[in-house]
Design a protein around this ligand. Structure first.
Ligand SMILES: [Fe+2]
Ligand SMILES: [Fe+2]
Length: 355
């Protein structure tokens, strides 16, 4: 544990790129009940009904899906300066900016894998107009009467060519601790990192295709598993592509549902947040690949190799093309087309996953 612990408070916001901005906007407003707080140029800003700031999600029209950036809020102005200094002292390139609606001075840098990350302290708190004010004082706005509304942004999962480098950077410079990880021999396949008592604010998973700097998923919080069950019916009825779930992860014990928003980005709906890390010096729990079934889905849901372990955004292929190319990807499934893929050496040594 370092003196940086708790210098970062939480994930404040993220920007998603979408080649289908209207459909992506409809997904977050009609299905997930998010409020639009601003439109500017090719971007729309949104927030969930318990997000505390002006926006937690920015949707920007772009040729490809992907993550524009994600911003973590520091615990104080001094904490922000300390974290920026730590990055700069290690020769991580960064720059200060102040050009986003509803937020102040921001430090922009990249993860070791090339993800655009930001740190900030100054925020403009959201204040609802009278017709949207909730009688529940801890709630910045009324729960909307639309779709199955998410409360707030929850966490970020980065797909990376080198999980260890990303994890080390979050630990060293941002004071995160790794609550859980998955290893295959000496190679880290995934790491779940927390800046507070939640199981994770940021996770990182190995890109099995050898790609770098992609978004695996952005997650939004329900807080109860029933909403995931209601949401999956809604998505099924209205032709939103479902990847896996609802089920419960062993890792984090969070309840999950993964879908693809129409622009192509993977979105996770998070039911119960899972295990709270109140123990200040708890050890990192390390899962072996042999136990990955329990780690991924206690209830037996299958996270598909052709998408979950290979697809992130931006993707050079459409989701359908990707599924076709990677249909036979994964352990125990040798296939001529799989031989063309860049498969890390250690991946070839994985024992087949049951079921
Ligand atoms: Fe997640
Ligand atoms: Fe998950």
């Amino acid at each position: 544990m370092t003196d940086a612990r708790f210098d970062i408070a939480h994930l404040a916001r993220a920007e998603l790129f979408s080649p289908k901005p209207q459909e992506t906007l409809d997904f977050f407003t009609k299905f997930l009940g998010m409020y639009v707080t601003r439109r500017e140029g090719q971007s729309v800003y949104l927030r969930g009904y318990e997000d505390p700031y002006q926006w937690s999600l920015k949707i920007t029209e772009a040729p490809e899906a992907g993550m524009g950036h994600a911003a973590l809020r520091a615990s104080s102005a001094d904490a922000l300066d300390r974290r920026a200094k730590s990055l700069k002292d290690s020769n991580v390139e960064g720059r200060w900016s102040e050009d986003e609606f509803g937020y102040g001075k921001t430090f922009e840098f990249q993860s070791p894998d090339g993800h655009n990350l930001q740190l900030l302290w100054e925020v403009e708190k959201y204040v609802a107009p009278p017709e949207l004010q909730s009688k529940i004082l801890s709630r910045p706005s009324k729960k909307p009467l639309q779709g199955i509304p998410v409360k707030r942004i929850d966490h970020l999962n980065l797909m990376a060519s080198d999980v260890t480098a990303v994890k080390d950077s979050f630990e060293r410079h941002l004071g995160f601790r790794t609550t859980e990880r998955v290893v295959d021999g000496n190679v880290e396949i995934g790491a779940w990192m927390s800046s507070n008592v939640l199981g994770h604010e940021v996770a990182c998973m190995r890109d099995m295709t050898g790609g770098r700097g992609k978004l695996h998923h952005l997650a939004f919080y329900y807080g109860t598993g029933q909403h995931n069950l209601d949401a999956v019916e809604m998505f099924r009825d209205y032709d939103i592509r479902i990847e896996a779930g609802p089920d419960k992860h062993g890792i984090t014990q969070g309840q999950f549902l993964y879908v693809f928003e129409p622009g192509g980005n993977r979105i996770e709906l998070f039911g119960e947040a899972g295990y709270l890390h109140l123990d200040p010096d708890a050890e990192t729990k390390t899962w072996q690949m042999s136990d990955i079934d329990t780690g991924l889905a206690v209830g037996g849901a299958q996270l598909p190799w052709e998408t979950y372990f290979t697809y992130g955004t931006p993707s050079p292929l459409s989701l359908d093309q990707h599924v076709e190319k990677y249909a036979h990807f994964g352990p125990g499934a040798p296939d001529p087309s799989a031989a063309e893929l860049t498969i890390p050496d250690e991946f070839g040594s994985l024992s087949p996953i049951e079921g």
